[in-house]
Design a protein around this ligand. Structure first.
Ligand code: ADP
Ligand code: ZN
Length: 744
């Protein structure tokens, strides 16, 4: 028999006694499936393999050796593993972690794996790029042929012997990339194949060692101790903005690398800022590997492989970096641990801060949570002795915390259709005349959050969401901030046809800018909001311009709050300190405190003292009082007592079920039957169904259930029992949100 035919048959059908493995594929599947290993192929748990799945082929991970228990599958139906990739296996701690996340979030294991196999083609050999060098025969002074000036520049540029890509050569030598290639064809250059190296392989641990203050030194030593031990420990590093927390936790990173392990620093996406990266380079002499949504595909690929092979030492990333298959992870730092953006609200709904603690536990290494305004969850864990506690109480180099002023808007009302009160106006003028910068904070993009007709009262609403349309005057558009719907601002009311009857209600950042222009016509102003500044690069440029003093008044949304250090910013005005307190969100007070504290921290970070003005209609509100008195701990204590009384997190557990569908009648019928089938237990309460605050979103109606349980009750088990009894109609979508952070 023809040998090629024989091997063809063996891959189509499991031969007698062929070895079995269970392989998990990155698809919404709840478990691994059986495959057989063709003769001559060895693969064990953690190995990356390629398998047939339905009509396609996909990479997957061997989850276990042998066949799945309790199942007799027709051997004829079992398919072969097609290939084992030549790659270090996914470590056991990582696989246990994925299982843990799937169980906890009640997501499919395969969907969780997909977050780890986030670069699908990373396992195949890299595409090689071409680089060019100068061949030896024309290296000497006497080239065998005469060169044009451009060609000579190329040769000169490459004389240092470093191979470079055509585009880089062209840019440096001021010619086209085509010229470089034609020089290679003519034998004047030599083409060689290169693949991009993994980022952040070499880190100089003693590059930019800082000399610490006494309290910084204590914290740094403690962190070094944890990193050296390489055992699980949860640590909170708590300290005001500017206290040097970053410099201090860099020492934990350094010690981890000294132990030969890899380190991961998680930041809220928006904070992957240039100043942060510059400081990393200053400390370690090279750039870290970056992981976030803007990283280009080619870069993601080399980073993923570098991390999985253990070559890449330090990753700075947004929440998704937690799922990278680190070969030998030895530390996670979660900076701004209180930040809501650590919760993923789509797909697998996980909280990266909490899952980082789980990952550290399973991998047996320390995790450091960092914040100036720690979450209540974390503070309670400190109080209960679950986390160690390190505090940096003062700002570096004696910079003072800003002076806090509460402006009661009932007492000092702004003028008609104005939003800046007389005391804040005075401060803006003084700051401008002292040639210092001011920041006006308002967490609302656009010109006005609501447009209505003065004649008939018509309000402009999104056709697909229960939301008002926000006017964006500079683009002359009305926009929905939930689904992206937009229309031109009409000149007449669509309801009563009255012309010039439309009125803007309330302020957005554009309207505040207009008001500043009226107050201070010579001031140079800038709006820092995600839609105005645009791309991360544009934001970086804007931040640099502000640092260099190109603007006098900055009007910003929450992207201004984080990580930036503006030396001549001395006055901060919070236009509407009450904005975040409306609505029934469990954490409204806590979040407002965190956000406004962070905004206030932008003032007076360098030598000049800063002032903060909080405009409010509720000066007696506990959040405002805590901010005014800079008394975070009293606020947290009060908040904590209130949550404990109500049995709310972190003293009780919550899960939300969100059901949505295009037909509200069918949705309500199903929700009612779902409510009736909820099993009854002591200490578990099911609230709902209720229309979600966003009862209509992107054309779908939405209903919510809230399940409230005692702290130590098996919430997931309860939900599994309940949902196991019902079948969700295919027209409806069900999302399970464990530990919900948002309640929209
Ligand atoms: P935090 O992370 O607590 O807000 P940072 O680590 O960003 O504080 O420190 C604030 C500023 O002070 C940074 O510019 C940092 O480089 C500087 N800094 C902090 N500690 C030191 C130190 N010991 N020596 C020199 N510069 C320091
Ligand atoms: Zn909409």
């Amino acid at each position: 028999m023809d040998m090629s035919q024989a091997s063809f048959f063996t891959v189509d059908q499991a031969p007698e006694g062929a070895e079995r493995v269970q392989v998990l594929a990155p698809y919404p599947l709840s478990r691994a499936y059986d495959y057989f290993l063709p003769e001559g192929m060895a693969a064990g748990p953690g190995d990356y393999v390629r398998i047939p799945l339905g009509r396609r082929e996909t990479p997957g991970v061997v989850w276990a050796a042998g066949e799945a228990e309790g199942e007799k599958i027709d051997p004829k139906k079992i398919k072969p593993v097609l290939q084992r990739y030549d790659f270090p296996p996914m470590p056991q701690a990582q696989r246990e972690f994925l299982e843990w996340v799937a169980r906890y979030t009640m997501a499919d294991l395969g969907s969780v794996l997909k977050m780890s196999l986030s670069v699908p083609d990373a396992l195949s050999p890299p595409k090689e790029a071409t680089a060019y060098t100068v061949p030896p025969e024309i290296h000497g002074a006497a080239a065998p042929f005469k060169l044009t000036a451009a060609r000579q520049r190329v040769i000169d540029f490459l004389k240092d012997g470093v191979p470079r890509r055509a585009a880089d050569i062209a840019r440096e030598a001021g010619c086209g990339a085509g010229l470089v290639r034609s020089m290679a064809t003519a034998g004047q250059l030599k083409a060689i194949a290169v693949s991009a190296p993994a980022p952040c392989r070499v880190v100089d641990l003693s590059h930019g060692v800082v000399s610490f203050s006494g309290e910084q030194q204590v914290a740094a030593n403690a962190l070094r101790g944890f990193a050296e031990k390489q055992e699980y420990a949860g640590v909170l590093l708590d300290g005001v903005t500017g206290a040097g927390k970053t410099e201090v936790y860099f020492e934990a990173v350094a010690e981890t690398l000294r132990q030969g392990k890899q380190a991961l620093v998680l930041l809220p996406e928006i904070s992957l800022s240039a100043p942060f990266l510059e400081r990393f380079e200053k400390r370690f002499g090279s750039a870290p590997a970056l992981w976030h949504s803007e990283v280009p595909a080619a870069q993601r690929r080399v980073t993923w492989t570098g991390v999985a092979a253990g070559d890449t030492k330090v990753v700075i990333g947004a929440r998704s970096a937690l799922f990278l298959p680190f070969a030998d992870l030895g530390l996670i730092v979660v900076d701004e641990e209180h930040d809501a953006s650590y919760k993923q609200e789509e797909g697998v709904m996980y909280n990266a801060r909490d899952m980082a603690v789980v990952r550290a536990n399973l991998g047996n290494f320390p995790v450091v949570l960092v914040s100036a305004t720690p979450s209540l969850e974390t503070m309670v864990n400190v109080e209960q002795g679950k986390y160690s506690y390190l505090r940096l109480p003062s700002r570096h180099a004696g910079a003072q915390l800003p002076e806090m002023n509460v402006v009661n808007l009932k007492q000092f009302p702004p003028g008609r259709n104005r939003f800046i009160s007389p005391p804040l106006e005075k401060a803006l003028r003084e700051t401008f005349h002292a040639a210092e910068q001011s920041l006006l904070f308002l967490n609302r993009r656009g010109y006005a959050p609501l447009t209505l007709c003065r004649t008939c009262g018509h309000r402009f609403q999104c056709p697909s969401c229960s939301a008002w349309l926000v006017e964006h005057r500079r683009h002359n558009r009305l926009q929905c901030h939930h689904c992206g719907y937009a229309q031109k601002v009409p000149t007449a009311c669509p309801e009563c046809n009255d012309a010039d009857s439309l009125a803007a209600c309330g302020p957005g950042v554009e309207r505040i800018q207009e008001e500043v222009h009226a107050l201070l016509p010579d001031a140079r102003t800038f709006i820092l909001a995600s839609d105005v500044a645009g791309s991360p690069t544009a934001i970086r440029t804007a931040v640099r311009d502000i640092e260099e003093g190109k603007y006098d008044v900055i009007i910003g949304t929450q992207i201004i709050a984080k990580g930036h250090h503006f030396p001549s910013l001395t006055c901060v005005g919070v236009v509407d300190a009450d904005l975040g307190l409306a609505g029934g969100d469990l954490r409204a007070g806590e979040r407002t405190f965190q956000l406004l504290h962070q905004v206030a921290g932008r003032a007076g970070r360098a030598q000049k003292p800063g002032r903060v003005f909080l405009q409010t209609y509720m000066p007696e509100q506990s959040v405002i009082r805590a901010l005014a008195a800079s008394d975070r701990d009293a606020f947290l204590a009060a908040e904590s007592a209130e949550r404990e009384r109500a049995g709310m997190p972190p003293f009780g557990r919550l899960a939300a079920l969100i059901l949505s569908g295009p037909d509200d009648v069918k949705l309500d019928v199903f929700c009612r039957s779902l409510a009736q089938s909820a099993p009854r237990y002591d200490d578990i309460t099911v609230l709902g169904p209720a229309p979600a605050p966003m009862a209509f979103l992107r054309g779908k109606h939405r209903r919510r259930f809230l399940v409230k349980a005692g702290r130590n009750l098996p919430l997931q088990k309860y939900l599994a029992e309940w949902l196991g009894m019902v079948k969700v109609p295919s027209a409806l979508q069900l999302k399970i949100d464990i530990d919900p952070q948002s309640f929209f």
